[in-house]
Design a protein around this ligand. Structure first.
Ligand SMILES: [Zn+2]
Length: 246
């Protein structure tokens, strides 16, 4: 039975290989995990960290999802370069997580489950189809928030980070400092629809969408100087064009 220190070393090895990379493929023979993957699609999410917690090995994915595995007697995680030969038979494969450079395989793992550290997550914009009505309703419950902050609140909609926050608001022509309550439904849904498209493209396309304002100097559309300011309690950087976004 793998001891805690073995798990710890495995976690460190997996962490070095995987952390910061995007999942390019996820495969599992465990139905419980497969159904979570159907709903929340692991492909396209960044692996944030791999860590040991006692006898558990935890893999944290972008968006608050964590895969918890327990090795019991026979389970183990292996890491291979792409194309490298597996050291255990395919019939023992339970979970495969691929990145551009590596393939991590959980063999004979008896206990595995996804947990979420953010159970109140809003509709996930990385998914194929998004319940915009639900997202809008959650937005409306935060009427006094600035739209730039509301887009980052994963309890309103899940998946938007700092880059696509700025880019979505630019594409929609909306000032990031406007309050949600000042925006009509069509405007909010338009922002979210743009964010959805950008996130999907960023996660799944070969080349990420071009950035227009994020870390930009001059507006591509009107030539004005792009403004930058820290926004919200977490002081997240916001880029916007003061002329194109009102
Ligand atoms: Zn402009």
């Amino acid at each position: 039975m793998p001891e805690g220190d073995t798990i710890f070393r495995t976690a460190a090895t997996l962490h070095r290989a995987l952390a910061g990379s995007k999942v390019t493929a996820f495969e599992t023979v465990l139905p419980k995990l497969a159904s979570v993957d159907d709903q929340h699609q692991l492909r396209g999410r960044t692996i944030e960290s791999v860590r040991a917690a006692g006898k558990h090995l935890l893999i944290d994915f972008e968006g608050g999802l964590t895969l918890r595995t327990h090795m019991r007697m026979n389970g183990s995680w292996h890491i291979y370069r792409r194309g490298e030969r597996w050291q255990r038979p395919r019939s023992e494969m339970r979970i495969v997580i691929e990145t551009e450079a590596f393939v991590a395989i959980g063999f004979s793992i008896p206990v595995a489950e996804f947990t979420s550290d953010a159970p109140q997550l809003g509709p996930d914009l990385l998914l194929d189809s998004v319940d915009m009505g639900e997202a809008l309703q959650r937005m409306r419950a935060h009427g006094s928030d600035e739209i730039g902050n509301a887009l980052l609140n994963q309890r309103i909609v899940a998946g938007i980070g700092n880059i696509w926050k700025s880019e979505s608001l630019f594409a929609a022509g909306v000032d990031p400092f406007r309050r949600v309550s000042e925006l009509d439904d069509a405007t909010i849904v338009n922002i979210l629809t743009i964010a959805h498209k950008l996130l999907r493209a960023s996660a799944l396309a070969d080349r990420p969408p071009r950035k227009s304002v994020y870390q930009g100097k001059l507006c591509r559309r009107c030539g004005s100087k792009i403004e930058y300011r820290r926004q919200g309690a977490d002081a997240r950087g916001t880029y916007w064009c003061p002329r194109c976004q009102t």
